[in-house]
Design a binder for this molecule. Structure first.
Ligand code: ADP
Ligand code: MG
Length: 621
């Protein structure tokens, strides 16, 4: 840097590197140019923090009584902005050092990144390299900085630059402690010379700055950095207000979690579970649920890597001193600090939910009803916490009333002694699964069956696989080992069973995979089940919805040999094996089982047979 000195004013030339940087800052097109305000306010906030500390440690300080604050003046007519603080201020050398050179390394990289980013540059890039002050040159052609350091006997100076060649510094009349930055907006940024938009930007980026901010003498950041307070200092009312403010939700939150971690990793977080999920949980959850702060200065509101997918319904604020302000999205995402915070938040939130589940079960069920579908996906996403998530799952069952839940833990503790498996049935509606013929045996014997009514269960159940050493078993599969089934159902003579099955096989041929005697039917004649190694029937239905060409696996037909129809059929088989009605009966039994299984049949064939049978029956009246 070369220096030309006149009596009062000195002129400094920027170094080549600096010139190059400012040149592209000045001449690029931007997305998010408004971040200049965040950068200037954050510098003021830093300066105020420093003077606050200085006041504690030193006695002689200029204007010790003046309020620690940031004053912003918007001049709509002149299209200019002034940002003034009562912070620590700058000495002559500070100005030369901090506003004239690039202290941080990596400028060449910043320059090449800006150049590479094509048509429009993300203004966040500038801040990210620790040269936030210069972002003001995006929106103005000339900046004036007036400052007085807080130390006793300090002199006031004015720094002025157009960002092209260099800067001037001159002493000025004594002013108040702190820094005042003034500039006129470039034509394309005249819209920033507007009180309302400045206030909005402050709300977005600087609302929780720990010092009052005034815009044209009106205090704008009334909301405090609540998460910096102690838990017992925050009222429920404040929490609710805060939640509503950051979320835009009109309802109060269902629950909140306040974290204050100190040690290897330092962060504070105030996290909320909303009352209501969006209409479509998977599609409509916003990206900006978590606001990330670095020491009360807003960094970004969509930090992808702060929460696992399955907890993305959580809203709130995370504030860490361990991340540099201005860190870019890419850097944030790959930062080990973020990974660590995510890990802690996840396990604390799971513990919080667990506590809620045991202490406030109704509240927990409310949560699960709203967010369960998304939360469940944690079973297949988060291997480390899988067992905790599994404990937190809730299902309806044959023993709960509609809309009420049980847990796997409760299911297992209610199991009958001879029962070794956890039974479930999948379906879309409670009524539908409740009426499924495969439920008959379980109802009769008072064995609980979980009703998995959420489509997402299709994907989670295979991942749960077993709980407490007990397999999760679909009652729609063949070969389930039903407790006590042998002694009660295997009463029929073997030959009789064999005859019916052989006859049915002849008629149905390859329409079915197999035909077996049912152990689980009580009132129904027959039902269809899938083979032990087949997909769950619900899964097949879904595959079919997604792929029209999908061919469902053939079903196994289970026959309830004890049923009067089959009893009749069995005796007729030996006396009149050629009677047409026998064949029609088997075909009808099969079609009805198909319908119960939710499958389509040939309606005209079905009708023809039904008519024939009715004709026969009416004939005999
Ligand atoms: P950073 O804030 O990361 O240090 P900036 O480019 O934003 O980088 O600011 C450069 C430096 O200029 C600051 O570190 C500080 O020393 C000085 N500075 C900027 N604004 C102010 C201010 N309002 N009061 C005091 N010093 C300031
Ligand atoms: Mg800064």
């Amino acid at each position: 840097m070369s220096q030309v000195s006149t009596e009062q004013s000195e002129t400094f030339e920027f170094r080549a590197e600096m010139k190059q940087l400012l040149n592209i800052i000045i001449h690029s097109l931007y997305t998010n140019p408004e971040v200049f305000l965040r950068e200037l306010v954050s510098n003021s906030s830093d300066a105020l923090n420093k003077v606050r500390f200085m006041k504690l440690t030193e006695t002689n300080i200029i204007n010790p009584e003046s309020e620690l604050k940031i004053n912003i003046h918007v001049d709509k007519d002149a299209k200019s902005l002034t940002i003034e603080d009562t912070g620590i201020g700058m000495t002559h050398d500070d100005m030369v050092q901090h506003l004239g050179t690039i202290a941080k390394s990596g400028t060449a990289e910043l320059i090449s990144q800006i150049k590479e980013s094509g048509k429009s540059v993300d203004a966040n890039l500038i801040g990210q390299f620790g040269v936030g002050f210069y972002s003001v040159f995006m929106v103005t052609d000339e900046v004036v900085v007036e400052s007085r350091h807080a130390a006793e006997n300090s002199v006031s100076f004015r720094w002025k630059s157009s960002g092209e060649y260099g800067f001037e510094i001159e002493p000025i009349e004594e002013r108040n402690r702190g820094t005042k930055i003034t500039f006129k907006l470039k034509e394309e940024y005249h819209h920033f010379a507007d009180e309302t938009s400045i206030k909005q930007l402050l709300k977005k980026y600087s609302n929780f700055v720990d010092f009052p901010i005034y815009v044209n003498d009106e205090e704008v950041n009334k909301v405090q950095a609540l998460w910096h307070k102690r838990k017992d200092e925050i009222s429920t009312e404040e929490l609710n207000e805060f939640y509503k403010f950051i979320s835009g939700d009109y309802q109060e939150p269902l629950s909140h979690l306040h974290l204050n971690l100190e040690g290897n990793i330092n962060f504070k977080a105030l996290l909320f579970i909303p009352q209501m999920a969006p209409a479509n949980l998977f599609r409509d959850i916003a990206d900006n649920n978590i606001h990330l702060y670095s020491n009360k200065i807003f960094i970004q509101d969509d930090p992808k890597d702060l929460l696992p997918e399955y907890l993305r319904f959580i809203r709130g604020v995370v504030d860490t001193e361990d991340l540099p302000l201005n860190v870019s999205r890419e850097v944030t995402q790959s930062s080990p600090v973020m990974a660590k915070i995510k890990q802690i938040i996840t396990s604390k939130m799971l513990a919080h939910l667990d506590e809620m589940a045991s202490k406030e079960p109704e509240k927990y069920d409310k949560f699960f009803k709203q967010f369960g579908s998304l939360f469940k996906s944690g079973v297949n996403q988060d291997y480390t916490n899988k067992s905790k998530i599994v404990e937190l799952l809730r299902f309806e069952s044959s023993k709960t009333s509609a809309g009420e839940f049980t847990s796997l833990n409760r299911y297992v503790s209610n199991m009958r002694t001879e029962q070794n498996e956890i039974y479930y049935i999948m379906g879309n509606f409670r009524n539908e699964v409740d009426r499924n013929p495969n439920m008959e045996y379980f109802k009769k014997h008072d064995i609980e069956v979980l009703y998995l009514l959420d489509p997402v269960d299709l994907f989670t159940v295979p991942y749960i696989f077993e709980y407490d050493g007990k397999h999760l078993t679909s009652i729609e599969k063949a070969d389930i080992s039903i407790p006590e089934s042998k002694s009660e159902n295997d009463t029929t003579e073997n030959d009789e069973v064999k005859n019916i099955i052989t006859f049915a096989k002849e008629i149905l041929g390859d329409k079915v995979e197999d035909i077996i005697q049912s152990k689980r039917l009580v009132d129904s004649v027959a039902s269809l089940v899938v083979g032990k190694n087949s997909l769950d029937p619900q899964m097949e239905k879904m595959m079919k919805m997604m792929d029209k060409e999908f061919i469902p696996s053939k079903r196994i037909l289970e026959l309830n040999i004890e049923h009067p129809i089959l009893k009749n059929l069995s005796s007729k088989l030996s006396s009149e094996p050629e009677n047409e009605i026998l064949k029609l009966t088997i075909l009808q039994i099969f079609d009805i089982a198909m319908l119960n299984d939710g499958q389509s049949i040939d309606v005209s064939d079905f009708t023809k047979r039904a008519n024939e049978m009715m004709l026969h029956a009416t004939n005999r009246i």
